[in-house]
Design a protein around this ligand. Structure first.
Ligand code: AMP
Ligand code: TRP
Length: 334
């Protein structure tokens, strides 16, 4: 049998997941699970780079797992795991730190943004966050990493670190490719079409959360910022409307041209109502399954135990190899 390529991605349990997370990343995970050897994790180690309330972090970690299952990830096919359960991530992180350059890390736009927002808590982990992300990826020899546009620069760093290690020691790591679906790679805020929709946005009306009830989704879509041109079109000047059309296309699997054709001459209000219904239908299905999983801690734990074991089975071999190449003395080996 031909060996399957490896796909890996993680999502941070640092807030309520939005349809940006869903369309930009998670929905694509489901499409990949049949064809690839998949590892989908919850990045709890990453999340403490900004302050977290411990009990909320624990709850949210479980919530991300339940959502993974609710959107259709099959734990028989993919390894679903929590990052802190696989200690090899931290072992590789340290080694990669030794070849990460301060200059490159300080140019990461996410670091620059987050450090501005958290000026009183400029911790070292926030700075080396992309190195940990590279460790997540390289540990499994990942071929493809499905993420949103905001992670492209971090992926570039992971590729650089793989190359650098391979050159300094010898060929060890697969150089990973980002898998970024252009049309959904950057879902924008409903309140400000120049900013990305983010689960950490303080304005709850800027994002639709996967677990929002129908009436809230309707209200948020209706309140989404558009323009006063009263011209149903898809272009760079009408950014708010363009974002809503992108969301429509992602759910309905149609092209922007088809949407424009359908709604030409219609009011924005009519389009928004239809869009809200489409989102509500898909979110309701997810929510129904989510509610079953979230109340079944025993099942979630069994899935995470299996996921951890499968992940570690691959990870420990890589660490063994890396430690040997770096020159760490290993008992019983030459
Ligand atoms: P995070 O919320 O940072 O843990 O992101 C989890 C995944 O969702 C990553 O692959 C992100 O790139 C993706 N993502 C987050 N926000 C958006 C967005 N507004 N549009 C598209 N993808 C996103
Ligand atoms: N940094 C990513 C984010 O905020 C989450 C993440 C951590 C990740 N490790 C990863 C994504 C490895 C892809 C691969 O979205």
């Amino acid at each position: 049998m031909e060996k399957k390529n490896t796909v890996l991605s993680l999502v941070q349990p640092s807030g309520n997941l939005t349809i940006g997370n869903y369309l930009g990343a998670m929905k694509n995970f489901v499409d990949l699970q049949d064809e690839y050897d998949c590892y989908f994790g919850v990045a709890d180690l990453h999340s403490i780079t900004v302050p977290q309330v411990p009990k909320d972090l624990r709850r949210r970690t479980k919530e991300v797992v339940a959502l993974y299952l609710a959107i259709g990830l099959d734990p028989e096919k993919v390894s679903v795991f929590v990052q802190s359960h696989v200690e090899e991530h931290l072992k590789l992180y340290w080694v990669l730190n030794s070849i990460s350059y301060m200059g490159q890390l300080s140019r990461m736009t996410q670091f620059k943004d987050k450090s501005q927002k958290n000026e009183e808590n400029l911790n070292a982990a926030l700075f080396t966050y992309p190195t940990l992300m590279a460790a997540d990826i390289l540990l499994y020899n990942s071929d493809y990493v499905p993420v949103g546009e905001d992670q492209r620069q971090h992926l570039e760093l992971a590729r650089d670190l793989a190359d650098r290690f391979n050159h300094r020691y010898s060929d060890t790591f697969q150089v990973p490719e980002p898998l970024i679906i252009k049309s959904t790679s950057k879902i924008m805020s409903l309140r400000n079409p120049d900013a990305k929709m983010s689960k950490s946005d303080v304005d709850v009306n800027a994002s639709i959360y996967i677990l929002d009830p129908p009436e809230v989704i309707l209200k948020k879509v209706k309140g989404a910022v558009t323009d006063s041109l009263a011209n149903f079109d898809y272009n760079d000047e009408q950014k708010g409307l363009r974002n809503l059309i992108d969301i429509y296309c992602a759910f309905e699997k149609v092209s922007p041209e088809e949407v424009v054709e359908k709604y030409k001459g219609e009011s924005y209000a009519k389009f928004k109502e239809d869009l809200a219904q489409i989102i509500i239908t898909e979110m309701s299905q997810i929510q129904e399954k989510y509610n079953e999983f979230i109340s079944n801690t025993q099942l979630l734990d069994t899935i995470l135990e299996n996921g951890r074991d499968r992940a570690r089975n691959k990870a420990y071999r890589m660490i063994d190899k890396v430690y040997r190449k770096v020159g760490f003395y290993q008992l019983g080996k030459k």
